[in-house]
Ligand binder design. Sequence first.
Ligand code: SAM
Length: 254
Amino acid sequence: THFGFRDVPEQMKESLVKGVFSSVASSYDVMNDAMSLGIHRLWKDHYVSKLDPHGGLKCLDVAGGTGDIAMRILDHAREKYGDRETSVSMLDINPEMLEEGKKRFAKTMYHNTPQVSFHLGNAEHLEQFADNSFDLYTIAFGIRNCTHPDKVVEEAYRVLKPGGVLSVLEFSNVPNPILSQAYDLWSFNVIPALGHILASDRDSYAYLVESIRRFYKAPEFAEVIRKAGFQVAQNEPWEPLTFGIAAIHTGVKV
Ligand code: SAM
């Protein structure tokens, strides 16, 4: 089917997103590398080093997918601080993605420890988690797929403890007009073609590109975070990565 995501009624968006991630779950890690030339790994490494998780932190990794962020959080705390108290609750809306995550953790020392748990659920309604229960909320490349990103941010605010940190890693916008043209060529031509070749799935990857374009520009998204009640740094409301292709947005619950 060749439909534009733009034309999809809102109530269908959630099930469409589920379908996209079901159809890409198994090829997901390979495609991430191909699409980003491996750069997503560097972004994720930087994201977690910057957060510097340690000291028995209670973390919630939303839209956790196959566990790239959760694994890095636990490895960072253990390798740098010898910390085996820090824990991550991983939540994803898609059972297949969560299953891939479980399989991956099953091969690690975190398997069957209180350090990691898996939760099926929607980022917009985290009813399985109490108010004020986490020190750190992470969401990497997940919020732009949600129907109501503002609700996601409000829920993050609710489940975080006062002083807790919201950290969002997401695609952003490239302000430089020349670089932005090159980036367009890559996104609109190369990525769907790679999806076709590597995963026989042009449409899902064309959707991913479109979802990036439709997401907030960095200053708008900083405003969404502020509106939910978070304190956002004046001097660096977000950190652009690789010319702004991605960005890290941070908010502190006051
Ligand atoms: N955070 C992981 C990473 O960085 O590799 C996975 C990112 S993946 C691009 C996006 C994930 O968001 C998918 O696993 C998808 O199932 C999940 N997702 C989409 N909408 C969601 C929602 N409303 N609530 C929770 N997870 C959602």
